[in-house]
Design a protein around this ligand. Sequence first.
Ligand SMILES: Nc1ncnc2c1ncn2[C@@H]1O[C@H](COP(=O)(O)OP(=O)(O)O)[C@@H](O)[C@H]1O
Ligand SMILES: [Mg+2]
Length: 396
Amino acid sequence: MQRRDNPYTPGAGRRPPTLAGRDDDLNDFSSLVEVLSSGGAERSLVYYGLRGVGKTVLLMELDILASEQGWATTDVQEVGSQADFRSTFAQMASRLLREMSRRHRLRDRIERALGVVKAFSLLAPGGVQLKLDVEAVRGVADSGDPEQDLVDLLREIGQTARAAGSGALFVVDEMHNLAASSLAAVCMAFQAMSRDALPVAMVGAGLPDLQVRLMKAKPYADRLFEYRELGRLADASARMALVKPAATLGVDLDEDVALEVVRLSAGYPYFLQEYGRELWNAAEGPRITMADLAEVGDLVRDQLARTFYGTRFDLASDAEQRYLAAMASLGAPPYASAAVARAWGAESQRQTSPHRDSLIQKGLVWSPRRGYVDFTVPRFADYLLEHQPIRGFDER
Ligand SMILES: Nc1ncnc2c1ncn2[C@@H]1O[C@H](COP(=O)(O)OP(=O)(O)O)[C@@H](O)[C@H]1O
Ligand SMILES: [Mg+2]
């Protein structure tokens, strides 16, 4: 068993050798593309879940699927926390058009659509960052009203795609980073796409509060998109994610090892990959046994502490780190913000609410309901209790 053959893929957005437990998602999405291609209506998809559950890699897979079915796709585009959404959408739009022009002979149609993209992007704060060798079209997507302009832009893309007998897929990751006004514009635009029965779809993904954020932005967002939660894998899928990549290379995991890793990882895809990688590296082969698992247990925990948790903990300021530790000290989630403030040592909640907001902004914490917070990273509380207990902060 050579290290260089190690098939496991712990990390962010690394395509796993076996995409376990997503067959239904792939099948459903494939029919969505078919329905839209033939002029039907189908709701776009929004996935939500904690960090490390496989949102990004699923998006990558759906992107590939759509392009195999002849659609133009944007590739997975991550929404940056500061960038204005108009630059993001302008970039995606020009990418879609470039793909269409490669596959279809619609020179004039695409040229005009690029002119619309240009008009749209000129209004994004900071002006054009796009190199588009066309004149901006006047009177479309240039009203200055972001909602209306995004509708115009997507309609242009949709009509071009329809003329090409194709479709267009927007793939938007970390979508919770979009401001409420941008989410509202996205809702408006996709509402218009379905009204006009245009072959344009979106797959979005983000942290668990994405659905609520969308609904706050536009009340009808609950019916506009189909929402799916991604969480831990069911036991059979988790086992498959662990066992199959090795088996494909002629290495068998003992059944008791598989069962124990499924238990230890609680079915979280990222944890499964981390165990898989260390087991592979430690084992002599050609079997992976309980003795190997005993050997790597600490290694995996260290690895998780340093990479998965440590790097995220380091994103927080001192006061925010104390806030995280205070959350973890409270027992079972979700945590009442008022109780966190007390555990933090604050005299009032007002003192800690900027820290809470900033942690939400940084994507470390989310609010499952008003007045409550929880971690966006699975098992963060266990890590904090062990490595960063709240009492340690008083000694600093
Ligand atoms: N369905 C799956 N089966 C096996 N491994 C997966 C699956 N989905 C994701 N992974 C692995 O889990 C890790 C996290 O995936 P990622 O898509 O980055 O999660 P998220 O975007 O939700 O934070 C990666 O190491 C990836 O290879
Ligand atoms: Mg991701």
